[in-house]
Design a protein around this ligand. Structure first.
Ligand code: 6R9
Length: 667
């Protein structure tokens, strides 16, 4: 087999997808892929539609071990709902204990550190199980109880998975904060959740640099009088430690009991919080369940990535985002799969790092965001051509719409024209994937996510709430009560916001996603494919990362020179979009490069480097409605050089000519 070691020789380099003979840009699974896939018959859509709740109930029993069964599958009191009532399970048990019988020595996580000279680490299911048990006991000793929030500011290292599973084991809720958010963002999230414990690292490696987290967060820990901080030593830095409050992870683990009984958790109890940006105000704590969420993560993982025993799954999603939770942690582990975790930057030390990881580990399914594909493509085809990627069977895309040109490059260059691309549309709120074509069913169309998953009631509505016709665009919604079980169970401590943000646009029975879409004529199993066109509200998608215009504006408005600001997404060839700032200055102030630098600095401090503005325009007024709301639609049109549409709703249309001039608008 030569260099094809460890790959399934029968499948090596096979074509898994073929072109539609009549239609351009439409691809179908080959017979061989259909034979291989868990789902290969479009009838599943029809079957699920007959009784979606019963469908999910059966699947939940197949997928998970339950300590106690449910009497009722779903309860719906619009806009609230519960699944699998009164049942009990534990996510850590389902990800670990039940695999020990036949997968004890199987690799659960293959960890690739960023520095090339460092050896990769492999954790088997047994290793992970032991460490999770020990760490769970330590959390208990430190006073963490069921329903306590535990905040993480952690990179992609195995200890992050260990700590998250340990929380699940004892019923504590993790709230994981992305490492490119600032200490202030950590503080805000700890305060909102009432969290008294933080788990972090001394530092970690990113693009060859050491990013020190503990040193950066000390002040915050003092300010909020945190009770405990656990520090994983990853980067051999020497952080200052508070004798009483701070503990090194290794020291805790050296003296810990081996076994921790998994807490039986009600399927509806909170499993974790994850803060995400909404249309207004501060990030909100999205509350996810434990058992019901886990079922959707596991089932979508099995169907969409078609996981089999010898597969090696690689998601590049960071644990700080929902994709990292569902498909870099719970989904793969619930299935007993082997997966790769990579610590660092996709282009370090060279732009072929991801391709090298795929080749060396015989990765079978690869999941990433269009922004990463665009960035690596820009570096030239040579980097990808250097590597043998024939082990790949399925490619995935997530986080933002994928344009046709990027899709084709991904398909041809990375997948060798052999692999289907599952373009998976979903959100932090939905917990798991909602729209995508299934690999064994198809079809795969560049730029079109696909039909809703079996058992999900999706639609595209016009402004009056009527379903749009084929090939028309509108707003993407989920028809209650046909949500998947992974759907959010509320916003932590803020039910009003939950109702207002998701269940007010089209009434309390319809979940409004905030995204626009086109209902395509092409259908499968009676379901139209949906093309997602992007956010129609004030949420930005920067390099596939979700940010709220309000958070960035709040940061900028702290500057003395600035009276008011508005932030919108400006198109960017790699990142999809980047924040562009319109700032109205206070009397007597003048716009300058120094002020631009100040804006960048304060956004990085308050929100984090992930939100760094790319442009700042100093203007005398912002377009507003009669009631004083900023009309961001105009600003978006300006930075995108698009038609501005009806301007009669503005109370001050005269400001537009100045704005157009500053932006260099030609539209
Ligand atoms: C999973 C995730 C959610 C927003 C969502 C939409 C955009 C995600 C997409 C996509 C087009 C896809 N989005 N997947 N747009 N095609 N395949 O990214 O969650 O961070 O909450 O962002 O991302 O705009 O509303 P989250």
């Amino acid at each position: 087999m030569g260099k094809n070691v460890g790959k399934d020789s029968e499948d090596y380099g096979k074509k898994w997808v073929k072109k539609d003979e009549e239609r351009e840009n439409v691809y179908w699974p080959t017979d061989r892929l259909k034979e291989k896939c868990h789902i290969s018959d479009k009838e599943i859509y029809e079957k699920a539609k007959k009784d979606p709740h019963n469908f999910w109930s059966k699947k939940a029993k197949d997928m998970f071990d339950w300590f106690e069964d449910w009497d009722e599958v779903m309860e719906w009191n619009p806009p609230y709902f519960n699944w699998f009532l009164d049942s009990k399970t534990n996510l850590s048990y389902n990800c670990l204990d039940r695999h020990l019988k036949d997968k004890r020595n199987k690799a659960a996580i293959i960890w690739e550190p960023e520095p090339l000279e460092e050896e990769k680490r492999i954790l088997t299911y047994q290793d992970l199980y032991r460490k999770v048990n020990k760490f769970a006991n330590k959390l208990k000793e430190l006073g963490v109880e069921k329903d306590d929030p535990v905040t993480f500011w952690m990179p992609m290292i195995p200890e992050t998975a260990i700590a998250a599973l340990a929380c699940q084991r004892i019923g504590a809720w993790h709230s994981i904060v992305f490492t490119a958010f600032s200490p202030k963002a950590v503080k805000q999230r700890m305060e909102d959740a009432g969290s008294e414990i933080l788990i972090t690292v001394d530092g970690f490696y990113r693009r060859g640099k050491t990013i020190e987290l503990k040193e950066q967060i000390n002040e915050t820990l003092d300010e909020i009088e945190a009770e405990n901080c656990i520090v994983v030593q990853r980067a051999e830095t020497n952080p200052s430690m508070d004798q009483e409050r701070d503990h090194f992870y290794d020291e805790l683990m050296n003296k810990s009991e081996e076994y921790c009984e998994p807490e039986p958790i009600d399927a509806e109890d909170t499993g974790f919080l994850l803060y995400t940006s909404g249309t207004t105000g501060k990030p909100k704590g999205i509350k996810h369940s434990c058992g019901a969420y886990g079922v959707q993560a596991a089932l979508t993982m099995k169907w969409i990535f078609d996981i089999h025993e010898n597969d090696v799954f690689f998601s590049t999603a960071d644990i700080g985002w929902i994709t990292g939770h569902s498909y870099s942690l719970y989904g793969p582990l619930a299935l007993g799969a082997t997966q790769i975790w990579y610590e660092g930057s996709p282009d370090y030390p060279k732009p072929d790092r991801l391709w090298k990881i795929i080749e060396e580990n015989g990765v079978t399914q690869f999941y990433t965001a269009p922004t990463a594909i665009r960035a690596l493509r820009k570096e030239g085809d040579g980097w990808v051509e250097k590597h043998d990627l024939k082990s790949l069977r399925i490619l995935g895309s997530v986080g933002e719409p994928i344009d046709t040109s990027t899709w084709k490059w991904y398909f041809e260059k990375v997948g060798g024209g052999r692999c289907p691309i599952v373009d998976t549309y979903w959100q932090t709120e939905t917990g798991g994937i909602l729209l995508t074509s299934l690999p064994g069913v198809g079809p795969f169309v560049p730029g079109v996510a696909g039909p809703p998953l079996p058992g999900i009631g999706y639609d595209v509505l016009d402004a009056t709430g009527e379903p749009v016709k084929e090939e028309e665009s509108g707003e993407i919604v989920i028809d209650g009560p046909y949500f998947g079980p992974g759907m959010l169970r509320g916003i932590y401590k803020n039910p009003e916001k939950y109702e207002e943000e998701y269940f007010s646009e089209f009434g309390e029975e319809v979940y409004f996603s905030g995204d626009g879409g086109v209902k395509r004529e092409l259908e499968i199993g009676g379901q139209n494919l949906i093309e997602v066109t992007g956010r129609i509200d004030d949420v930005l998608e920067v390099a596939g990362h979700r940010l709220g215009s309000a958070e960035i504006e709040d940061a900028i408005d702290n500057l003395d020179e600035i009276m008011e600001s508005a932030v919108v997404g400006k198109p960017h060839d790699v990142k999809g979009e980047v924040p562009a700032v319109f700032a109205v200055l206070k009397q007597g102030e003048t716009g300058s490069d120094e002020l631009r630098d100040k804006i960048v600095k304060i956004v990085r401090e308050e929100v984090g480097p992930v939100a760094t503005p790319y442009a700042a325009y100093f203007v005398t007024d912002l377009p507003k409605t009669e009631s004083g709301k900023i009309i961001r639609r105009f600003l978006k049109g300006l930075v995108r050089d698009e038609e501005l549409g009806d301007m009669t709703t503005a109370s001050n249309p005269s400001c537009l000519s100045e704005l157009a001039e500053k932006v260099g608008y030609n539209g």
